[in-house]
Design a protein around this ligand. Sequence first.
Ligand code: SF4
Ligand code: MG
Length: 334
Amino acid sequence: VRGMRTEFPVRSTWLQRLISSLVAVNNVDLDILPGQTVGLVGESGSGKSTLARSIIGLEDPAAGTISFDGQDLAALTRSQRRATSRDIQMIFQDPGSSLNPRRTAYQIISEGWRIHRDIAPAKGTWRDEVTELLERVGLSTAHLDRYPHQFSGGQRQRISIARALSMRPKLIICDEPVSALDVSVQAQVLNLLAQLQTKFDLTYLFISHDLSVVRHISDRVVVMYKGRIIEAGSRDQIFDTPRHPYTQMLLSSIPVVRPWRHSGTRRIPVRNDADASDTTSAGCAFAPRCPWAFDRCWNDVPELQQRNTSTQQAACHLSDTQPAPHQASEAPQP
Ligand code: SF4
Ligand code: MG
């Protein structure tokens, strides 16, 4: 994804005097390599889902290119898009509302074959094929003719995974797939996704507001804040040496399982007060909440960039100085 921008028109007339549109995704570049799991994290409203929906064609980006298998998806017409649509599948947070309540598991999972005839199994074998998919996701033939309300939340998510697999996709976008599930069920679904990835050569874009979930499953991690990517790197880079103050804040708010690994990282208090959210910045969007904001931060938008030879990228003016002051000195009290 290069230079993606997705905006929504503002309908209220009194608001239109101030702004004509809300920018949900702002000049985003994103790389997802085959076989990888890229974790996309950020608070709700940071633009994660809009970015995902723009990639899959559910939103119409105002600018940008999406190069997928050598094709620019953003340049395709709607009908051309439909032909390639099975390659990218999406799993949503609430399978309760994304599964049709009037259809059985069998009907839900085999639905796509009616549209994409080229990958549909031979007539007469559909029930066997669906049974096989059910078994792959840890369900059985006994579940074929049940309706969504007869399943638990975790089982419903398994059905949406089976539905996605029925399309033999290359990329699956998982938008908060375990956020609505109990913690014990979360782990089962994450393990299942990991197994299926190896088995079917899948690539995942895994969206979550929960860093501990992302840590579990990702090879690379990308952090979004107010429509922009503010940090990107390997899982270890992001969790062991986070460079952006926002990523550091997110990390300091999750319980540390192995505290000795973090002995060099200072904890930063999460700032989420009303003062901070009412202030806006023409430069770094995080400035109102950042304990290290200085003059330049309020006027200049920091670019996402690498420092030295590291592959880790951050969008913060402090990254220009070395060592970064926020890694070298005590955190000021916000
Ligand atoms: Fe904080 Fe400035 Fe870095 Fe933004 S650019 S995160 S305000 S130090
Ligand atoms: Mg969302």
